[in-house]
Design a protein around this ligand. Sequence first.
Ligand SMILES: Cc1ncc(C[n+]2csc(CCOP(=O)(O)OP(=O)(O)O)c2C)c(N)n1
Ligand SMILES: [Mg+2]
Length: 811
Amino acid sequence: MSAKSTERIEKIEKNSFDKNEVLNDYKLANLSRQISLMGRKEVLTGKAKFGIFGDGKEIAQIALAKNFQDGDWRSGYYRDQTFMMAAGLFSAEEFFAQLYGQTDVALNPGNGGRSFNNHFSTRSLNPDGSWKDLTKQKNSSSDISPTAGQMARWVGLAYASKLFRNNKELHQFKTLSNKGNEVAFGTIGDASTSEGQFWEAMNAVGVLQVPAVIAVWDDGYGISVPKKYQTTKESISELLKGFERTKDKPGIVIFKGKGWDYSGLIKLFKEGVEVARKEHVPVVFHIDEMTQPQGHSTSGSHERYKSEERLKFEVEFDGLRKMKEWILKEKIATEKELDVIEKQVEEEAKEAKRVAWHKFTEPVKIERDKLIEIIDNRSCMCKREGYDKVGTVTNDLKKILTPIRKDNFSAAKKILRHVCTDCNIRGKLQKDLSDWLERNYEDNHKRYNTFLHNESERSAMNVKEVKPIFKPDSPEVAGREILRDNYDHLFAQYPKLVVFGEDAGYIGGVNQSLEGMQKKYGELRVTDTGIREQTILGQGLGMALRGLRPIAEIQYFDYLLYALQTMSDDLATTHYRTAGGQIAPLIISTRGHRLEGIWHSGSPLSMVINSIRGVYVCVPRNMTQAAGFYNTLLEGEDPALVIEPLNGYRLREKRPENIGEYKIPLGVPEILHEGTDVTLVTYGSCVRIAQDAIEQLKEFNISVELIDVQTLLPFDKKHMIADSIKKTNRVVFFDEDVPGGATAFMMQKVMEEQGAYFHLDSEPRTITAKDHRPAYASDGDYFSNPNAEDVFEAIYAMMNESNPKKYPELY
Ligand SMILES: Cc1ncc(C[n+]2csc(CCOP(=O)(O)OP(=O)(O)O)c2C)c(N)n1
Ligand SMILES: [Mg+2]
């Protein structure tokens, strides 16, 4: 600890405060309040679309931020603007930039215009995708809007510190952690503690014993709904008592404070964060009596639902007012001095707003002027049907005081439609306008459509294929042994790799694919967890954000539903919503396909692929392929899901000679069987059913080309399926998802994206399961899921339709 901060702490303990520090804090609190007040007006006057602000939470956040050190991480929510400012991670100008939707990451590094305002983050990655030294900066994971959505990630951010401290092998990664000294700071609103996410995370940090602190900003309301409807006993700290650490049992340390009590909170947070940092234990701060001077957000007014008494309380217990009273009482400064500060910040806030607005609007005006110049320069003055539409649209555009890009685009397109068809200079205007559109589309693509996946050289898409090597005498072993031996290589090769999940540790996984790994590599690297899919996912996500390489085990594919919210809202959007500033290369390993029963079907692929764009989805047909995907993904740096085929652990496969080294490229299907009549497209466990059907079709002289897509996301990057259809002119998409599920996805890709409809002689078909989930036992499966007979019949019917003579109706 530096001499300066020791001095500060001594002063706090003696209840004597450094005047400068106090006045700086007072200034920041007021600046933050000013921008909140102005922010609301910006929305109400139409300059911004929506606003949610941190007013009423200023004092506590300043006090908490004093303990936020380099290397630490935040996982919070939209009220934290003052915390971010106090930590030096956010400015008044950035506040307005976010409010307007500034897309320039130099001006809005937190979200590049991709999320609402007050959705913060810091940048972990350099523009080339390489990692910064995370120990030399304060870090904030990026906020998401779903309430309590930050909780699962918070578990992982804290758990990473435990690994960095206790696994000595990780001490070499000095730019990721200072031997696990980092604390994960969470924040959450009082009402959001009603969410299951909160409780699952609290239990997880209690079990894991990790340096996770969380402040519950308790302002008594979740929008209009008071605590009475949110929290048993109307007190979250009361409610958490069962989690509380006691003399003989580890648990969570709980503190209570008042949101307006500047000096009290400084002491409280200092003590609490120190406990978390030193002892690596979770700490909860329940900060009550907070206010919302402007109500919840710009979408409503709190006078509608707060009583007069409550509104009065909010005025009297406003943190700024209370802090001012305290400063005067302690004679730290005079009223006059405070007045000067208040005036000063008002000017500062106004200036920040002015500058941010100018920077937001100016480039669009320049684009508009350029567009108008192109149109005005047209020498054609023809008026079609006595009515100059081009002129009208241009004039309307000129009149817009602060155009947005949509105005420019919509004008340019309308003009293109109405360019005079009669005269010979049409071509030039059309070309200039088209060039303008193309250029601007490119720019807007960068602004709004990039970074769904890693776009740097570290992308998993850049990993070079290494084929598995087999010798004639390569032994045939159970599929699970291939995975296990592959893991053995990976643990040795990647010190940052950890695998964790239900039953993954001691027994080595329910299917023994991690057999012996915990014994060999230790509990920190191969770890059992509780039954808590969402925080398993979040644990991995937080660790991945901190530079580790986690594989999170979700025991069965159907139970991924529990984790889907975190996967969809958080993991899948991480890279996108930070405009390339953060990445979480978490690998999720699960097993599915071809099970039976409603909750063990292993089939609902469309549920996943349509909600986690941003995460790659691998659907290997056997364990050799599955292992190859893990090898690829660990060399790259993207989040991904691997669904192992559950019925393949005991099936025998040839053991590759280069286990741990071969890599299967993403987005490259494999043609498993060449044929000439029909292309059959499938994946995962359906491959074996397809192979069975193909044998049956052979007897009827029907030749099927079987394609295993291998990965659904990305999908057939080289258009191999369309190439196959060029040859066969017929296609069937087959899986065990619902009708209109992943087969429809594949069909859209092949027909629309690959343009294969052009080569079809027969209607394209899908073969799927029934609409309901599959029934129990083998017959339940037979009558719920598609089987080899179904595939046979669908393909035979196609052939019958095209040549009834050669393929007469069978029955
Ligand atoms: C999952 C989910 N449900 C509902 C909402 C809509 N919503 C946004 S904020 C909010 C209230 C949150 O209250 P609280 O946690 O007390 O935080 P506060 O805004 O009071 O600081 C609600 C219901 C949401 N964003 N996410
Ligand atoms: Mg609240």
